[in-house]
Design a protein around this ligand. Sequence first.
Ligand code: PLP
Length: 396
Amino acid sequence: MSLSEQQAAALSPDTLVVAAGRPPRERDQPVNPPLVLSSTYFGTGPLADGDRGYGRYSNPTWDPFEEALGQLEGSDLPGLLYASGLAAVSSALSLIPAGGVLVMPTHSYSGTLVMAAELAQKGFIELRTVDIADTAAVIEALAPAGPDGRQASMLWLESPTNPMLGIAEVSVLAEAAHRAGAMVVTDNTFSTPLGQQPLKLGSDVVLHSVTKYLAGHSDVVLGALVTANPEIRAALLHHRIIHGGIAGPFEAWLALRGLRTLALRVERSQASAQILAEQLSAHPRIESVRFPGLATDPGHERARSQMNGFGSIVCIQVAPVAGLTGAEAADALVRGLELWLPATSLGGVESLIERRRRHAAEPASVPENLVRLSVGVENAADLWADLQQALDRLGR
Ligand code: PLP
């Protein structure tokens, strides 16, 4: 461990992203952890705790990232890296006992929803979806009144949600879930540990699509889980070993390299998102703007009370214009951009834009004309100029 828990706790998160997960300060040690490409390790006799054993059990290149992420999320335990965010989702859902009840946001990330719905269709779990911004409705779903109201085994939180940017009241809901005997998992992908530390708000497990902000350069697919509970971590580690959703060492190495600039990237992209959300709100071709940083946004006060910053995802609904439906106008907007990249995903240095309903799996309650903007680190004036030229051309 390059930083003790006490040292890590004393550092600001923007220092921690740079300082955590380094090799020991010994003469001739590299300052960056090496990339280790080996599927197996020398050894004889029975495997003891801490033995590396085999490449599906552990890899030295995972360790520094896992250590750094654990410290960033405020856990004494290292995180666990996975092959993708969805591999991490799968591992987290495996904590639900057979037949258990899962309460999940109606507007969770679509892949997460599909996985949960498939488990429910097979009869492995019962799924209750709920508007996560409606605290009373979530509490009711956790422990419904009446003789048939089975208590939930797991509450899944995503805040802000992808793509509707709903904000959950994390600490109130975590407390209610624990009262009902449910474990709480929070997908913290949109906020990053710099924007929100769900373990401190009462969550038992935190999930990241590392693909997004943590790695930050749209060049890897990875996921991670963090918990401060040793028993939960042991169960997740066992699941990762047996189900095999492990990270490639090169991806893990790239993710740590990306993590070093997380604070700078988040600071820049959040500031630009605020500017762009305000500019978009005033444009006549835009029907509505969702961004928790806008004082008019329904999640604004809640986000302000539990987050540090408002993230850098902005969602807009494009107004119908000159013979085009809202969805067609949204497609025309995306096609008319020259700097923004028309592509799915988010959280990279480059600004990405897409109409979400182009994906068949996106819930029908996401409006057809909703466009998600992932604001990168380019100059905000250049990003606005590009949006403005494409929006202005819509009317002609
Ligand atoms: N969680 C959220 C909020 C996401 O946006 C995504 C992907 O877009 C995932 C999980 C899944 O992550 P991955 O694509 O790395 O599997």
